[in-house]
Design a protein around this ligand. Structure first.
Ligand SMILES: *[C@@H]1O[C@H](CO)[C@@H](O)[C@H](O)[C@H]1NC(C)=O
Ligand SMILES: *[C@@H]1O[C@H](CO)[C@@H](O)[C@H](O)[C@H]1NC(C)=O
Ligand SMILES: *[C@@H]1O[C@H](CO)[C@@H](O)[C@H](O)[C@H]1NC(C)=O
Ligand SMILES: *[C@@H]1O[C@H](CO)[C@@H](O)[C@H](O)[C@H]1NC(C)=O
Ligand SMILES: *[C@@H]1O[C@H](CO)[C@@H](O)[C@H](O)[C@H]1NC(C)=O
Ligand SMILES: *[C@@H]1O[C@H](CO)[C@@H](O)[C@H](O)[C@H]1NC(C)=O
Ligand SMILES: *[C@@H]1O[C@H](CO)[C@@H](O)[C@H](O)[C@H]1NC(C)=O
Length: 427
């Protein structure tokens, strides 16, 4: 059965319980955004396309991987632990910081019409043999990248080949597979200038050039085969918006003569600029993913006035759906993606949607809350934005592998050697 993930979730007519909507959660405010921003800023950067149609066990049945629900699986083991030789950022290392419950690691994603196979590190590494894959975005993108490194650790230990020790632009090489994994720090994807760099304050107004792509990624794109773009929380901070070098508006700038154009405007323009740039680069012939908006789950208040995320189990499908500002962010970026994808098909640029938002809105239990922070941080600040490792963020890489496998027929990814399927079920 075919389904279109662009169809936004709607209320099912036959609900047993009323849906819990985002209205129960706290909207991001300046302060929240700034907490996250500072947090991110100081951090080390230590044929399918739109539809993501998978060919599951039965070859002729296509299904939307991203529509489904979370199923409890007590037998489920995590792909790695806090003892695995890989980098788990302290801020997402929930077990290290004493998170007492463990059920949140035992839910697997069950697409409605097929199975999402378990991640197989060898299969992944074979699929990307000889290639360079980059995560371009903020610390939530880094969260997925670190999860991927840990998920690959059972098969290969990467060598850190970061140039110049700048951990915001981390580079790993997996020698046996000649595979390179790169993190490119570009939280807004377009060019920015912080007039008060080094004096970063809650009220500092960042200049953002909505029609100019960030050189951090454009300068490297030609050497990349697979890129995963993402962006989100940074857009909530105060900004002066520029286009063609002129102020066109702002966000939270508190200046009477300047229009507040809203966060959605900038989000839309940033993705438009990103995709337009990508389509016009003559030497990018790779595969580009958009990993969709990652929802946060503060409840009962803001980060600094008692808000937190204490739930220990996922929502059922009927209990929670994307709505409010989260839905608005999601549809804004997906609309830009759709337009670019059509354009890309003409130009031979492959755009794919890693459509994780629906799955993640159901995972209020997946965040560090108080269990994750560098020692220097104020332990009273909860994090309901990033994702515990291990945890539901690992599912993003299960999706990624499935989507890479779908490219095999397209000639971009060479068919992986026949795998011993007995091994696939062990872990
Ligand atoms: C890993 O987590 C366990 C609790 O599950 C904890 O006792 C242990 O100290 C942690 N180890 C590391 C290296 O973080
Ligand atoms: C490794 O991959 C690069 C391209 O990413 C290629 O130029 C090089 O020849 C490959 N090396 C080996 C040993 O396969
Ligand atoms: C920070 O701001 C103060 C006062 O506005 C200024 O004197 C100082 O030079 C600034 N420091 C940096 C690194 O920009
Ligand atoms: C807005 O007004 C302030 C002073 O009131 C002025 O400095 C600034 O240049 C004005 N900005 C624009 C875009 O007109
Ligand atoms: C990319 O393509 C442009 C022209 O299409 C060329 O001038 C440039 O040298 C290429 N860059 C690389 C790194 O190949
Ligand atoms: C940590 O947060 C608490 C509660 O918000 C506050 O009372 C305390 O002063 C903060 N401590 C530091 C070191 O910032
Ligand atoms: C597949 O793997 C299993 C378990 O590792 C092993 O027992 C079996 O012999 C393997 N089969 C083949 C055909 O290699």
């Amino acid at each position: 059965m075919k389904a279109n993930p662009i169809q936004l979730p709607t209320t099912n007519g036959n609900l047993h319980k009323p849906p819990i909507t985002s209205k129960h959660f706290i909207l991001p405010t300046i302060t929240l955004a700034l907490l996250i921003t500072i947090h991110l800023y100081l951090g080390n950067f230590s044929g399918l396309g739109l539809t993501g149609l998978a060919t599951p066990v039965a070859k002729d049945v296509k299904c939307n991987l991203f529509q489904g629900s979370w199923v409890f699986d007590d037998e489920r083991e995590t792909y790695y632990t806090n003892e695995t030789k890989c980098i788990i950022d302290d801020r997402q290392n929930c077990m290290k910081y004493g998170r007492p419950d463990t059920d949140f690691m035992k839910w697997r994603w069950k697409p409605d019409d097929c199975e999402l196979p378990e991640f197989d590190a060898v299969e992944f590494l074979e699929a990307v043999r000889g290639k360079t894959l980059a995560f371009i975005g903020d610390s939530v993108g880094r969260n997925q990248m670190q999860s991927l490194v840990c998920m690959l650790a059972s098969e290969a230990n990467p060598i850190d080949v970061t140039k110049g020790g700048d951990t915001r632009f981390r580079r790993w090489n997996f020698p046996n597979y000649n595979f390179t994994l790169v993190a490119i720090w570009s939280p807004l994807l377009v060019k920015t200038r912080d007039p008060n760099i080094g004096n970063f304050t809650r009220n500092s107004l960042m200049n953002i050039y909505l029609d100019e792509p960030d050189e951090e990624w454009t300068s490297q794109i030609e050497n990349l085969d697979i890129v995963i773009f993402s962006a989100g929380q940074w857009f909530f901070r105060p900004f002066m918006y520029y286009e063609k070098g002129e102020i066109v508006g702002c966000h939270f700038c508190n200046q009477e003569n300047i229009t507040d154009l809203t966060v959605y405007y900038a989000y839309q323009m940033a993705f438009r600029t990103t995709f337009t740039t990508l389509l016009n680069l003559h030497n990018f012939t790779g595969l580009a993913f958009l990993r969709t908006f990652s929802p946060q789950h503060f409840e009962n208040g803001n980060y600094n006035d008692g808000g937190n995320c204490v739930r220990t189990r996922p929502f059922a499908k009927q209990e929670m759906r994307l709505d409010g500002f989260k839905l608005e962010m999601y549809s804004t970026q997906v609309n830009e993606f759709k337009a670019a994808k059509q354009e890309g098909e003409k130009k031979g640029v492959k755009l794919r949607l890693l459509d994780t938002s629906d799955a993640m809105i159901m995972r209020p239990d997946g965040h560090p809350n108080h269990y994750g922070h560098p020692a220097s941080d104020n332990k009273s600040y909860p994090d309901c934005v990033h994702w515990c490792m291990p945890g539901p963020v690992d599912t993003w890489n299960e999706f990624l592998l499935e989507m890479l496998k779908m490219e095999e027929g397209e000639g971009f990814i060479k068919g992986a050697p026949q795998r011993n399927t007995t091994k696939l079920n062990l872990r």
